[in-house]
Design a protein around this ligand. Structure first.
Ligand code: ATP
Length: 502
C-alpha cells in the first residue's frame, strides 16, 4: 500500500527549506501565484531537463522550439480558444462566490466532520471543455451546495467565464490591439509547423517539443501549486500520417507513463484514466490522462498529464485562420467581431499540409499531444519523495528524490573547523561543483548537517575527517540508507558519477 503524505507537510517543508514561497508574500501574498526558491528552482529546472532529455535529446525524431507568449490574436480564434475556452460557473446568491458548475457537490454527497462542518472535497475529474458542451452537460443545481457558505440550491443561471487573460499591445490608438496571454504552449508549435518543415530535415513521423509558461484565469485555484493561474507546461506535438495515429497514441501513453516511473514515482500512485466520448474536447479523437494520487481531501486521483489524439484539427483550423486575415483587418483587428473563414475543399493541399515524397501524396498530418504540467509534476515528485522516519529516537524528514531531480547532488563537510579539514573539504567542493550542483557546509554538528541535506533531498554527503589527513579517504554517506563508505579522494568523482548517473 502506497503511503499517504499530507499536503500540509509538503507546504510547510517547501516554505521552511526554500523550495516554494507564496508570491508577493511581503504584501500579504497573491492568490494562486507561487515563487520557486533556491532549492525549488533547481528541482523545477531538473524536471524540465529530464523531460527535454527524454523527449528531445534522446530521440532522433523530435526537435525543440521556444515560442513567444504573445501571439497574433487570430491564433486563438483559429484554435477555438477565443470562442470556447471558458468554464461554466454559477454564483451563489447568498455569498456571491462563483464556483465551476462541474465542481459543485450534491447535498447528499457532501461529507461532514463530527462537528457537522463540510470537509474539503477532492476535485472532480473535469477538463476545460467547450462552452456548448458544458451547457449541454449542466445539471439542475437545486440540490447543489455552495462550497463557500454551505447554502443549498441558491445559484444564478450557469454562465461562461472566459479563462484567457487579455492585454493591450501598442502605444498608438491606431495600431493597438487586444492580445491574449497564451493559455497553452501547443499553438505556438502549430503556428511554426511550416517553419520547422522548411528549415530542418524532419520527415513524418516527427515531433516538435516546447516548455514554457501558460496562463489561465482559473475560477477556482487550490492545493498549492496543483492549480494556479500562471504555470509551466511541457508539450509535445507529434505529427504522424493519418491511420498511424492510434499506434502513436499507444506509444506515447507508454513512454510518458514510464518517464514518471523512471524518475522515481511509485507505480501504485499512478494510473491511466481514459476519457469517455462525451468528455472529449471538441478537437480530440481520444484522450487519456496520467493521474497521480495527490494527497488532497480524502486522497484522490488527479490529472498530471493529458495525452490526446488531436487529429488534424489544429493545422486545418490555422489554414482557416490564415484566410481570415483580411477580415480581421477590416474588423479593427478585433477577433471577437469576426467568423473564421470556411474551409475549402482542397484543405489537404493547403499551406500547412505535408508532402510525403516516398508515397507521392500530400495530406494534413494527425497529431498526438502529450501535455504535462511542470509545476504539477514537481508537486507529485515532492509528495512521492517525502518521507518521515525515526532514527535513534529522533524524527528524520527526508526527500527521496531520484538523483536526476535532486536540487543538490552532493554536500561536502569538514567534520570540524580545524586541522586543515575545511581547506581539504573546500578543495573537494571546488572540484566537484564543476560536474554537479554541490553545497559546502561547515556550520553546526555533523548530524544536523546530514539532516538538513536529507530534508533537501541531497543523495550524497561527503565528510572530511581525521582519517582523511592520514590516508586521503573521505566518507560518502548515502541519504536513504544512511550507510557510509570510505572512498579515496582521487576516486570520488568516478564513484559519484556512477552512483548519480548524471
Ligand atoms: P485540468 O483538467 O486539471 O484543468 P486540463 O485538462 O485543462 O487540466 P490541459 O489543458 O490538458 O489541462 O493541460 C495539460 C497539463 O497542464 C495538465 O495535465 C496539467 O498538468 C497542466 N495544467 C493545466 N492547467 C493548470 C493549472 N491551472 N495549474 C497548473 N498546471 C496546470
Amino acid at each position: 500500500m502506497a503511503k499517504i503524505t499530507k499536503l500540509d507537510d509538503i507546504v510547510s517543508l517547501c516554505k521552511r527549506r526554500g523550495f516554494i514561497f507564496q508570491s508577493s508574500e511581503i504584501y500579504g501574498g497573491l492568490a494562486s501565484c507561487y515563487d520557486y526558491g533556491p532549492l525549488g528552482v533547481e528541482l523545477k529546472n531538473n524536471v524540465k531537463s529530464a523531460w527535454w532529455k527524454a523527449v528531445v535529446q534522446l530521440r532522433d525524431d523530435i526537435v525543440g522550439l521556444d515560442c513567444s507568449i504573445l501571439m497574433h490574436p487570430l491564433v486563438w480564434k483559429a484554435s477555438g480558444h477565443t470562442d470556447q475556452f471558458a468554464d461554466l460557473v454559477a454564483e451563489c446568491k447568498k455569498c456571491n462566490v462563483r464556483t465551476r458548475v462541474d465542481h459543485l457537490e450534491d447535498k447528499a454527497a457532501e461529507q461532514v466532520d463530527s462537528s457537522g462542518r463540510s470537509l474539503p472535497q477532492p476535485e472532480e475529474h473535469t477538463e476545460h471543455i467547450s462552452i456548448d458542451a458544458a451547457l449541454a452537460r449542466a445539471q439542475d443545481l437545486s440540490n447543489k451546495v455552495c462550497p463557500n457558505c454551505g447554502t443549498v440550491g441558491q445559484f444564478t443561471e450557469p454562465m461562461p467565464f472566459k479563462l484567457m487573460f487579455e492585454t493591450q499591445m501598442g502605444a498608438n490608438v491606431d495600431d493597438s490591439m487586444t492580445l491574449y496571454i497564451r493559455p497553452e504552449t501547443a499553438q505556438g508549435i502549430f503556428a511554426n509547423f511550416a517553419n520547422v518543415l522548411d528549415t530542418t530535415r524532419v520527415k513524418i513521423p516527427f515531433g516538435i517539443a516546447q516548455i514554457g509558461k501558460s496562463f489561465r484565469n482559473e475560477v477556482t485555484t487550490k492545493a498549492f501549486i496543483f492549480r494556479t493561474r500562471e504555470f509551466e507546461q511541457a508539450e509535445l506535438e507529434f505529427f504522424c500520417e493519418p491511420g498511424t495515429d492510434d499506434q502513436w497514441f499507444e506509444h506515447w501513453k507508454e513512454a510518458r507513463f514510464n518517464w514518471y516511473i523512471g524518475l522515481g514515482l511509485n507505480k501504485d500512485n499512478l494510473h491511466f484514466r481514459e476519457h469517455d466520448a462525451d468528455e472529449l474536447a471538441h478537437y480530440a479523437k481520444a484522450c487519456v490522462d496520467i493521474e497521480y494520487r495527490f494527497p488532497f481531501g480524502s486522497g484522490d486521483w488527479q490529472e498530471l498529464e493529458g495525452i490526446a489524439n488531436r487529429t488534424d484539427y489544429d493545422l486545418r483550423q490555422h489554414q482557416r485562420g490564415i484566410r481570415t486575415l483580411n477580415k480581421w483587418y477590416e474588423s479593427d483587428r478585433d477577433v471577437t467581431k469576426i467568423e473564421l473563414a470556411e474551409e475549402t475543399e482542397d484543405y489537404s493541399k493547403g499551406p500547412l499540409s505535408y508532402f510525403d515524397d516516398q508515397q507521392k501524396k500530400r495530406y494534413i498530418p494527425y497529431v498526438i499531444e502529450p501535455s504535462a504540467g511542470i509545476d504539477r509534476s514537481a508537486l507529485a515528485f515532492l509528495v512521492d519523495a517525502y518521507d518521515e522516519e525515526e532514527v535513534r529516537g529522533e524524527k528524520r524528514n527526508l526527500l527521496r528524490f531520484s538523483p536526476a531531480l535532486a536540487p543538490i547532488k552532493v554536500a561536502v563537510f569538514p567534520l570540524v573547523k580545524r586541522d586543515g579539514m575545511p581547506e581539504i573539504a573546500r578543495n573537494i567542493y571546488n572540484d566537484l561543483k564543476k560536474y554537479f550542483n554541490c553545497f559546502y557546509d561547515e556550520k553546526g554538528a555533523i548530524g544536523r548537517r546530514y539532516r538538513r541535506q536529507d530534508e533537501a533531498g541531497t543523495p550524497f554527503c561527503i565528510t572530511v575527517d581525521g582519517q582523511t589527513l592520514e590516508d586521503s579517504t573521505v566518507t560518502v554517506r548515502e541519504r536513504d540508507s544512511m550507510e557510509q563508505v570510505r572512498i579515496s579522494t582521487d576516486q570520488l568523482l568516478t564513484h559519484l558519477r556512477e552512483k548519480l548517473e548524471v
